[in-house]
Design a protein around this ligand. Structure first.
Ligand code: ADE
Length: 352
């Protein structure tokens, strides 16, 4: 039997993780693989979540039972997928990775459940997009580790209960609210991933820089961290781009000045807003008098996909108080207007 080292095993896991992220290209795959933390010790941030997970893992190991089913929710890029890989490594079990859109037909979900081995982790990304039939197949599997299969037709229909190995489901979603109640209730542990602080992001950046052999000063790391929208995936993308500038344009380590100048050239401003964010805010201010305006209208006017705006641009704009969601649509705050250099009148001040 081939003996696989822990590192190889982890790389296999991580390869599976990046395989389900279609937005990541081939080059970025190996980049993501190399810089993903492998253990809790190397995983920066989310300290509350880490502490509770460590206890749950310890308890599961002591009881010799699989970990409870886990649901992670929160904006994209905060490390839900990475965390699933870390949990598999810490539990010393394999992980099978998929995403809800890949589980369209009943046989997709049945096939993957039947292929699990005892104790394994099944990771389903974008779990809010699971269809009703797939959800109903999943319920008894999650609750009793059984599959209810039907055979025959009409009057002679029979239901067969088939056991599946005890497994842990880790679901990830950017939209906890879109998950059906019965599915949400079947997760023993539900956790929201929080945006990272600037200090945490600076640590992520220093760690990534050292893996990639990019030299950076502490202030340089903080300068990138401040413009990374609380999101490690963005921080890791920016360090690479700023690293290119430092090498080609300045032939130097990344200093605070180089980071700031490079990010200005990349049109990422001091709050980390990019041109899509700024266009969105300006559109609401200039064309819709500050809002409220519906997301579909905004998306059509910007030529963007409304789901991308909701999932990628909005969470940080909401968190930083630049926009507000109301039942009638999105509104821009006076802070956002001032930040972008618009005058606010007293009506706008009180309306918000
Ligand atoms: N890279 C991406 N997310 C990370 C994290 N939470 N800790 C360390 N490195 C990371």
């Amino acid at each position: 039997m081939a003996i696989i080292s822990d590192d190889e095993k982890f790389n296999n896991i991580q390869q599976k993780l990046v395989d389900i992220k279609p937005e990541i290209n081939e080059f970025d795959k190996s980049f993501e693989n190399n810089i993903r933390p492998k253990t809790f010790e190397n995983y920066i941030g989310q300290s509350n979540l880490k502490e509770t997970l460590k206890i749950s893992i310890e308890a599961a190991k002591k009881r010799e039972l699989p970990l409870d089913h886990l649901l992670f929710y929160g904006p994209p890029g905060l490390g839900k997928t990475t965390l699933a890989g870390v949990i598999a490594q810490e539990m010393n079990v394999d992980i099978k990775i998929t995403s809800a859109p890949a589980l369209e037909r009943p046989r997709d979900i049945i096939g993957i459940l039947m292929s699990l081995k005892g104790g394994e982790i099944l990771f389903i990304d974008e779990i809010h997009r699971l269809n009703k039939i797939a959800e109903e197949i999943l319920y008894p599997a999650m609750e009793d580790f059984t599959l209810d299969m039907t055979t025959g037709k009409g009057q002679s229909v029979k239901t067969l209960r088939v056991p599946v190995p005890k497994f842990t489901l880790i679901g990830a979603t950017t939209k906890a609210g879109a998950l059906s109640g019965p599915l949400r209730d079947r997760f023993g542990i539900i956790h929201r991933l929080e945006f990272y602080t600037t200090e945490e992001l600076a640590k992520v950046i220093e760690r990534t820089a050292s893996i990639l052999n990019i030299e950076i000063t502490k202030k340089g790391a903080f300068a990138i961290a401040r413009r990374s929208r609380g999101t490690p995936r963005i921080a890791n993308r920016l360090i690479k781009r700023v690293g290119d500038f430092a090498l080609v344009k300045y032939n130097s380590e990344i200093t605070e000045n180089i980071a700031n100048e490079s990010l200005n050239i990349l049109k990422i401003d001091e709050m980390g807003l990019d041109s899509t964010d700024r266009s969105l805010l300006k559109l609401i201010i200039e064309k819709f008098d500050g809002g409220p305006v519906g997301i579909e209208t905004i998306a059509a006017a910007l030529g963007e996909d409304s789901r991308t705006l909701e999932d990628v641009s909005e969470p940080y704009l909401l968190q930083s108080g630049f926009i507000q969601r109301t039942p009638r649509g999105r509104k821009v705050s006076p802070e956002a207007m001032r930040y972008l250099g618009y005058k606010t009148n007293s009506a706008q001040q009180t309306l918000f």
